[in-house]
Structure formats: structure tokens, C-alpha cells
Design a protein around this ligand. Structure first.
Ligand code: FES
Length: 128
């Protein structure tokens, strides 16, 4: 990774950390970063808040499984939150049921159900 890219990522991480700490109103846009499991950045970009994570991924050309088409029924769109867990919409009972308690405690969310409310980073499934 180049020094410029590392510096840019560091600024993004700092911005996300500040976002975690603040209980500020929802901004109009947010930075979303998708990583591979080894930390390599797949895509990063700015999206409108209230967008589902699945739609944000599509905007940033990150493709992963979502077999039920975003109905919150299959669980294949599961992602792990790296930073910014408070920058997502609250988990509804349907999502909680599909994820189960273990996935929830691991910091997983369903991309088709969670909405971006602030800066956030994810690790996409290992099969990406
Ligand atoms: S696409 Fe099926 S649960 Fe999200």
C-alpha cells in the first residue's frame, strides 16, 4: 500500500472514530469502506445516509451474495462491522432473528437491512 493511500485511510479511520464517539444528528452523507478479511480495501466512497448497506455496496461496485434480493430472509448478505457500529440503523427483530445471537455478538449485520447513518467500515464475507 502506498504512503498516500495509507495516509488517506488513516484520515478515514480517524473520521470514523470521531463519528463513533459523537452523538450528533445524522449527516446527509457518510464514508463507507469495505475491506477483505486481510484488511485490504475493496472500495471506499461517500454515500447518502439512510441508504441500505447493500445499496451502498452496489454504488461502490462491491458485489457479494444477497440471494433473497434484500428481503432479510436468507442471511447471505451478512457483513462484519469493523468501525462505526453506532453509525448504522438500529437492528429490527427480523434482522436479529436471521442473524442469531452469535453473529450479533460478533458485530455482524445484514447489508440489506442495516442503513448507513454515519461513517462506517465493514469486512465483506471471506468468499468475496
Ligand atoms: S439479501 Fe437475504 S438477508 Fe439480505
Amino acid at each position: 500500500m502506498s504512503g498516500e493511500k495509507r495516509s488517506r485511510l488513516r484520515r478515514l479511520v480517524q473520521r470514523i472514530s470521531r463519528s463513533d464517539a459523537a452523538n450528533s444528528p445524522v449527516p446527509k452523507t457518510a464514508v463507507v469502506v469495505f475491506h477483505k478479511a486481510d484488511g485490504e480495501v475493496i472500495a471506499e466512497g461517500v454515500v447518502d445516509t439512510h441508504t441500505t448497506v447493500l445499496a451502498a455496496a452496489a454504488q461502490l461496485e462491491v458485489d457479494f451474495d444477497h440471494f433473497c434480493g434484500g428481503q432479510g430472509a436468507c442471511g447471505t448478505c451478512r457483513l462484519k462491522i469493523v468501525r462505526g457500529s453506532t453509525a448504522l440503523s438500529k437492528m429490527e427483530s427480523k434482522e436479529a432473528l436471521v442473524l442469531g445471537s452469535r453473529a450479533q455478538s460478533n458485530g455482524d449485520r445484514l447489508a440489506c437491512q442495516a442503513r448507513v447513518m454515519g461513517d462506517v467500515e465493514f469486512t465483506v464475507p471471506r468468499w468475496f
